[in-house]
Ligand binder design. Structure first.
Ligand SMILES: [Ca+2]
Length: 326
């Protein structure tokens, strides 16, 4: 089905494999991304202490990287139960970010420390590291190269072994820069990206940077932005935003969660118009209005735990996180 989508996207958007975002006015016509939403297939438990920054599934096993100074981890998780089978703690001065599985290794970014940790995926032992400039946000491996985000509108491609930069592309949504690209997932020839502090996931053609699909995960419109996939009664004061996409190649479905969310969702991405025509009860089980907890909000929550480093960020194109990390 995904191959069909890719073909459809190529037909609709005129993606001929040439990097051309139309900035000089002579490029292809600016296309509007396909509007998509989520259909929840399964609700699964997720550890509430996981400040999720990276999520990847391989052969039914879930790997998760978590953030915050003093609390960052790498985990192997049983998908059905949410139980953490194996856990490695990062040094307290490292804020863990996105992860990618490269053969038998896991590469884990750090937010502002400029270090990518390399782990043995089975033993969870550190076997190396890479150094890089700038911030680390999201990471995925497309089978050939790593794709990395840093909170800006640019995706950087890296050699999976040397970590050398091999290319980059600026992401455009309907012709406009799309910044705050966060957790990533490589699926076939496409890249999916959480857009930080929103309910949206961008489906990106990495050859052109064009956003070909715009996935709105908001099933609970009354909740704060970034938390509208999570039923409001499950949110706590310290619950933070949507972050974490993993693709299940066996089912063709996606797994989504957020920072300190108690649940993880197995979902399908479906056309928005089709989903809207279905009964309301399928989108919001129960259907009754829910009251939000007092002082409910992601930004306030992040301030409690995270310690914002005093040194300034190196890049100028992104907005500083107020309290917690991306
Ligand atoms: Ca991912």
């Amino acid at each position: 089905m995904l191959a069909a989508l890719v073909v459809a996207a190529a037909g609709v958007f005129g993606l001929g494999g040439r990097a051309d975002d139309g900035r000089d006015g002579s490029g292809p016509a600016i296309a509007v991304p396909e509007p998509l939403t989520v259909r929840v297939v399964r609700r699964l438990p997720h550890a509430r202490d996981a400040f999720t920054q990276g999520l990847v599934l391989h052969d039914g096993t879930l790997y998760e990287g978590t953030g915050l100074y003093g609390a960052s981890t790498l985990r192997r998780v049983t998908l059905e139960t949410g139980m953490v089978e194996r856990r490695a703690q990062l040094p307290p001065e490292l804020f863990g970010e996105g992860i990618a599985l490269v053969r038998d290794r896991i590469v884990q970014l750090t937010w502002r420390e400029g270090i990518a940790l390399v782990w043995d995926a089975e033993r969870f032992e550190r076997v190396g590291e890479h150094r890089y400039r700038g911030e680390g946000w999201g990471l995925c491996f497309d089978g050939r190269r790593l794709v990395m985000s840093d909170g800006s509108d640019t995706l950087v491609f890296r050699d999976p072994d040397s970590f050398e930069i091999t290319g980059r592309v600026r992401v455009r949504r309907a012709g406009r820069p799309l910044a705050h690209l966060n957790e990533l997932e490589c699926v076939d020839d496409l890249v999916y990206a959480n857009v930080w502090q929103t309910d949206h996931i961008a489906r990106i053609d990495p050859r052109t940077g064009a956003v070909t699909g715009w996935i709105d995960t908001a099933l609970h419109p009354r909740a704060p932005e970034g938390l509208r996939l999570l039923p409001p009664e499950l949110a706590d004061d310290d619950t933070d935003v949507l972050n974490g996409i993993a693709y299940d190649a066996r089912s063709g479905r996606f797994l989504l969660t957020g920072k300190r969310w108690p649940e993880l969702y197995e979902v399908q991405f479906v056309p928005r118009s089709r989903e809207r025509s279905e009964p309301r009860s399928r989108r919001s089980p129960g259907g009754r209005p829910r009251r939000l907890p007092r002082d409910f909000g992601p930004r306030r929550a992040s301030c409690i735990v995270a310690r914002k480093p005093s040194r300034p960020a190196s890049a100028s194109t992104r907005i500083e996180p107020v309290c917690g990390g991306p």
